[in-house]
Design a protein around this ligand. Structure first.
Ligand code: NAG
Ligand code: NAG
Ligand code: NAG
Length: 352
């Protein structure tokens, strides 16, 4: 990256950070790994720190690894500080997400952060996604660059899910908000979910649509998770559903907590982040979705940077680059404790 770009990037981060200086880090208690999480797969590739508050998950030629919350959660704040693997990471996927796909196979809910590795010297990409009640044919992917090097130190990634809104945060900056509307219907996640973190081989889609595979010469790939927060209405997996009756009190707390409230300042910071860093949005992908989703707020200023494929246009030119595209394919969802994790494929071309 050129020095001038770096300088601009840090100036920008500073501007965004100070725009929301009031919204200090979320005032909630962090936990030890064993308090709320269990190994999910590749247990030999999951290394706890001596104090039990940080966990390292590895991908090597034998296995990826991952962990899962021991309870289901209905609404709340779900957060971790994550440091991503450095150096050559093409094909590597790190995911921090919530899902109930193992319980509701046909109509599951899901909220995702996915981190997609890259070639030498190229930056990680971040993807967010939202599914409700099995809306897998309506992927709501957004993809972003980051205003910092996510392999240099840990940064906080948070998902807030309430009865009325979903907010994805990177550090204190909200990067995406999904406001519930009746038009969204079941597409808004509404059933308790488990929280997962995984690292796995996404060779067939993660980097430039699968062009660059994981190279195990550079293994192990390691990602650190710390400052773990699971703050919400906790439900035992065998407890009777529905949840909303049992969660009334916590719901009220969650609804008014700092992290759930989108202030004008946060809104501004979000718009600024999106204008600068968003590189794909399903809302602008007219080829894949000819009619617009009810949860898409079309921002003209935001939109003019995107082609009809929903991908940001790299260079303003009289002839917008046409990105080659395959339609997304929902891969077979592996069973729990399986090695990999199914994902949507979005085609991608011109990488930076
Ligand atoms: C943080 O939360 C605790 C209890 O949840 C509360 O007593 C304290 O006042 C809060 N601090 C701030 C700065 O809001
Ligand atoms: C949550 O949303 C559902 C469906 O929209 C509604 O029936 C319920 O009353 C809401 N609960 C709260 C606590 O707002
Ligand atoms: C969720 O999907 C099921 C079928 O899989 C359907 O019966 C139900 O009405 C849907 N719920 C909502 C809220 O759309």
């Amino acid at each position: 990256m050129a020095i001038s770009t770096l300088m601009l990037t840090s100036l920008f981060s500073f501007a965004v950070a100070s725009a929301i200086a009031d919204a200090a880090t979320f005032n909630v208690t962090e936990m030890a790994f064993d308090d709320e999480y269990l190994p999910l797969f590749g247990e030999r590739n999951l290394l706890r720190s001596a104090d039990g508050r940080t966990v390292k998950i590895l991908l090597n030629q034998h296995s990826g690894s991952g962990f899962i919350s021991s309870n289901l959660y209905y609404h709340g704040l779900f957060s971790a500080s994550i440091k991503l693997p450095s150096a050559y990471t093409a094909g590597v996927v790190v995911a921090f997400y919530m899902s109930n796909g193992d319980i509701f196979e046909k109509n599951h809910d899901e909220l995702d952060f996915e981190f997609l590795g890259n070639l030498w010297g190229r930056e990680w990409k971040v993807q967010t996604n939202v599914y409700g009640n099995g809306s897998t044919s309506r992927g709501r992917e957004e993809r972003y660059r980051l205003p910092f090097d996510p392999t240099a130190e840990a940064h906080r990634y948070s998902i807030v899910w309430t009865n009325t809104t979903i907010i994805f945060y990177v550090d204190e900056i909200p990067i995406r908000e999904v406001v519930r509307s009746s038009a969204m219907g079941g597409d808004y996640p509404s059933k308790p979910m488990l929280i997962y973190a995984t690292i796995w081989d996404g060779s067939n889609w993660a980097t430039s649509g699968g062009k660059h595979k994981v190279d195990y010469k550079y293994a192990p790939f390691a990602s650190d998770f710390s400052e773990l927060i699971l703050k919400g209405c906790r439900l035992d997996p065998i407890q009777e559903l529905p949840a909303h009756a049992q969660c009334h009190e916590q719901e009220l707390d969650i609804a008014v907590a700092d992290y759930s409230v989108m202030t004008e300042q946060k809104q501004k910071a979000m718009m600024q982040f999106r204008r600068e860093y968003m590189i794909y949005s399903f809302c602008y992908d007219e080829l894949r979705y000819p009619s617009i989703f009810p949860d898409c707020k079309i921002e003209e200023e935001e939109k003019e940077k995107f082609g009809r494929t929903g991908h940001v246009m790299r260079r303003p030119s009289s002839k917008p680059e046409v990105m080659k595209g395959t339609l997304p394919v929902r891969k077979r969802r592996p069973k729990r404790r399986n090695q990999a994790r199914s994902r949507i494929i979005i085609s991608e071309t011109a990488e930076i």
